[in-house]
Design a protein around this ligand. Sequence first.
Ligand SMILES: Nc1nc2c(c(=O)[nH]1)N[C@H]1C(S)=C(S)[C@@H](COP(=O)(O)O)O[C@H]1N2
Ligand SMILES: [Mo]
Length: 430
Amino acid sequence: MPEKQIDRPGTDKGLSRRKLLTAGVAAGGALATGAVSAKAASTPDPLITEIQDWNRYLGDGVDANPYGMPSEFEKNVVRRDVAWLTADSKSSINFTPLHELDGIITPNGLCFERHHGGVAEINPVDHRLMINGLVDKPLVFTMEDLKRFPRENRVYFLECAANSGMEWRGAQLNGCQFTHGMVHNVMYTGIPLKHILNEAGVKASAKWLLPEGADASAMTRSLPIEKAMDDCLVAFKMNGEALRPEQGYPVRLVVPGWEGNMWIKWLRRIELGDAPWHQREETSKYTDLMANGKARRFTWEMDVKSVITNPSPQAPITHGKGQTVVTGVAWSGAGKIKRVDVSIDGGRNWKTARIDGPSLSKSIHRFYYDFEWDGSELFLQSRAIDEVGNVQPTKNELRAARGVNSIYHNNGIQTWHVKADGSAENVEIS
Ligand SMILES: Nc1nc2c(c(=O)[nH]1)N[C@H]1C(S)=C(S)[C@@H](COP(=O)(O)O)O[C@H]1N2
Ligand SMILES: [Mo]
C-alpha cells in the first residue's frame, strides 16, 4: 500500500492507524486531575506516545463542507421512528435523540417531526398568510411583509401532547428517545402575533382564532384570543437560521407551553371567530378519554415533566463504578422549573439535582446529579417542580386520576433500572 499522501484529504486517513505501537516509553505528565479516575500515566498509551494521522497530515479545506455537518463519528445521533407506530411504510412521527444531547437547545437537524400530511415544500416567494373573519380589514401578507414587523427572540419547548402516550398501560419502549423524544427546545425569531392581528383590527366579537396550515393536512386548531394576544409568535427562524421544511418553512405558529398540535406549521391563514370550531384535531383527536368514559377537551397547557436522559437504555454506564454524571431535562407549560429531584432507589429517597444553563419560562431546563456509583443496581427517577408549584406525579397517581384510556398528557415519573453491568431498562415501580 502506498504511503499516505498529504494532498488527498479525506480518502485514506485510516491507513496508518495500523502502526499502533506498544513502545515502553513512559508518557510525560498526565493532564487529567481531580477525583475522576483517569488512568495513571505510567502505562504507555500509543495515543499519547505516537503521533497520530490527524496530527501529522493536512486536514480538509473549507470547501469540503459549505453547510457544516456533524463528525462522521456522530452518525448514530439521528432522529428515529418506532416501526409499529405507523402502519404505513412512510412514517409520520420521529423522535429527538435526547440521550445524545446536552444543554438546553435542540439542534435543528435533530428536532422530532410530526406531520399529518407529509412535509409541504413551499417557495417563500409563493407563500401567503391571510387574516380573515371578525377583523376590520382582511389582510394577506407575503413573507417580505411579515419581516417588516418588530420581532422577538424566545426559547420555547414544543411537546407533542402524545409524547409518552405509549406508556399509559405500562413500561413499553426502551429508550428516552422513544418514551420522551416528542419534544424539542428551540430559539425562535418571530413576530408577536398580536402585532399582525392589530394590523387587521380585531373586532370586539372575536374570541377565537383558527390558524390553518398550507400542508396537505390543512391542520386547524381553535385558539383563544387571550393566548394569541399574550405570547404567541409567528416565527420564521429557528436557532438563528430559517425554519427547516420539517418544522414548517417558511413560517409557523409558536404557542408557548401549549400542546404541539396547536403550533401550526406552514401557517397560511388565521380566521377570527366568536366560538371554537370543533375541528377533528380537538374532538376525535387531542382529547383525553377518562375512566368514566367522558373526555377532557381543550387541555392545552403541557404539564410539568422531566426525564433522565443519561444513563438510560440507549445510553448505558460504560465506565464502571465511581464518579458518575446523571443528567436529564425538565420543562413545564406553566413557566420555569423551580427544582428537580433525583432518586436512585425508585422514589424512596430524593436528592435535589443541580439545574445548569439558562432557566427560561416554558423552556427545557438541564439538570445534573453527580454522584459516586457503588456499582449496585439503581432505580433512577427524576421529579420536576415548576415555579407555580406543580409537582410531576407518579404514573400510578396519574392513572388513579385519569384512567388508562388516555393517549395524551402523560407526564408521569419515568424509572430506569440500571443494572450492575451499567445497562438500563424501562421499568415501573409498583
Ligand atoms: N400544518 C401542520 N401543522 C402541524 C402539524 C401538521 O401535521 N401540519 N402537526 C402538529 C403536531 S401534532 C405537532 S406535535 C407539531 C410538531 O412540530 P415539529 O414537527 O416541528 O416537531 O406540529 C403541529 N403542527
Ligand atoms: Mo402532536
